[in-house]
Design a binder for this molecule. Structure first.
Ligand SMILES: Nc1ncnc2c1ncn2[C@@H]1O[C@H](COP(=O)(O)OP(=O)(O)OP(=O)(O)O)[C@@H](O)[C@H]1O
Ligand SMILES: [Mg+2]
Length: 240
């Protein structure tokens, strides 16, 4: 069996006159951590929303383990954990209630032990009985990550998972993602932090104006960019 878990074939998406995603194709294998980088408005979140089945493309296909997202969205979605860009809902639930809600949505059994399992993995045990609105940004991010892991998906799509985290929390999140990749999960994440790309990603896809400009290993990108601390504007310009 092929270890390609995500296959994106030529997807496009317009919003009125804006082309948010313009003929993007990519694939992600088990064990890979692929970074999606590019300036604000490049189309990263829109691409991720299409891959996770929350938005339909105007054209093109998304295959999850060879199943078509448009034709078989329930089966496809069961294989995906999605950390969305804006997770401002459910603020008055406790962490435990939030995780129970997600687990019920996936029709899981043995919910209590699954909550304990993801709590250990994401280290949110102390926050289980606090309401989400009372958690720090970093802790909330970990709770949402726990929610995206509770059904043990093989594919993770994480929209800026380390955004707003302090340096320690960032590093913890990166360590966790590496561990998940070692467990053969396929991970697609978006980021504005180039250091993160070089630390944990096996591949980097640069997009700008909805188009892929480069799809390569960070090492090669580093060599070409010369300096990983360059701004994204410079980096994306360089690849044009
Ligand atoms: N629901 C929407 N309605 C109209 N336009 C949208 C919508 N969602 C995204 N867009 C537009 O599509 C383009 C791509 O947006 P997207 O959110 O995918 O970018 P991004 O790469 O995630 O940016 P950022 O780095 O700021 O998160 C932008 O021009 C944006 O304004
Ligand atoms: Mg975005």
């Amino acid at each position: 069996m092929s270890d390609i878990l995500v296959n994106v074939e030529n997807i496009s998406k317009h919003f009125d006159k804006t082309i948010a995603v313009n003929e993007i194709s990519l694939n992600i294998k088990a064990g890979e951590i692929v970074a999606l980088i590019g300036p604000n408005g490049a189309g990263k979140s829109t691409t991720m929303r299409i891959i996770t089945g929350f938005l339909q493309p105007d054209s093109g296909n998304v295959l999850i383990k060879n199943m078509n997202m448009l034709k078989n969205s329930y089966e496809c979605k069961k294989n995906i954990g999605y950390l969305a860009e804006v997770s401002g809902i459910y603020q008055d639930l406790t962490t435990r209630e939030y995780l129970e809600f997600i687990a019920n949505a996936y029709n899981l059994s043995d919910i209590d032990s699954k909550i304990i399992e993801v709590s250990k993995l994401t280290r949110i045990g102390k926050s289980l009985d606090k309401t989400l609105e009372n958690l720090s940004k970093g802790m909330k991010q970990r709770v949402f990550l726990a929610g995206s892991l509770i059904h043990n998906p093989d594919i993770l799509v994480l929209d800026e998972p380390t955004e707003g985290l302090d340096p320690n929390q960032k590093q913890e999140m990166q360590t966790l993602l590496k561990k998940l990749a070692e467990d053969k999960k396929a991970i697609l994440l978006s980021t504005h932090v180039l250091e993160e790309v070089s630390n944990i990603c096996s591949r980097v896809i640069v997009i700008s104006d909805g188009k892929i400009l480069a799809d390569e290993t960070p090492k090669k990108k580093k060599k070409r960019a010369g300096d990983m601390n360059k701004s994204f504007a410079e980096l994306t310009k360089e690849t044009k």
